[in-house]
Design a protein around this ligand. Sequence first.
Ligand SMILES: [Zn+2]
Length: 182
Amino acid sequence: MSGITHAIVALALDAGLGFSVATAPAALAGALLPDIDEPESAVSRILLGGRWTIFRVVGLALLAVALVWRGSVVRSPELLAMGLFLVAAALLPHRGVTHSVLGLALVALVLRGLGGSWFLPALLGYGSHLVADLPGSGVPLLWPVPWRVKVPVPRWLAEVSVALAAVAYLGYRGWAPWPFLR
Ligand SMILES: [Zn+2]
């Protein structure tokens, strides 16, 4: 699904579970992060910038190596986990480890290290991304096992219906899709 749909779904989940609007950035970050392995994705463009795709590809690889190196030097499991996650994202095709339970566990380790009230909203945002990507070609939830979990619904149909339902729910709950622009 598109970045905007993942974002809206994560916000709706955040609202539905009773989190405050203040946690919306965490939910959004978690929801967009799995697509860091796709240089044209929203999160790659936001995080890595650059006018050309090659800048984002090289930028991700450099960031991954830097985090692994720094994590090793200061013996930080969180930095190391984030670095390894990004190494896998840089080396593997789109929808690899980033769209799996293993990827979710690595991100959970990083978030736990960061602490604070952002842990659950960010983790739920990440999980919502994996579920939302099930229609169509599906995701390798049990990576490195190559079996893909999928829902036999056309991707466009799932995207439109899920996005409309999430926007309607956010409206019902009084959440603007972009709370900080209200
Ligand atoms: Zn995805």
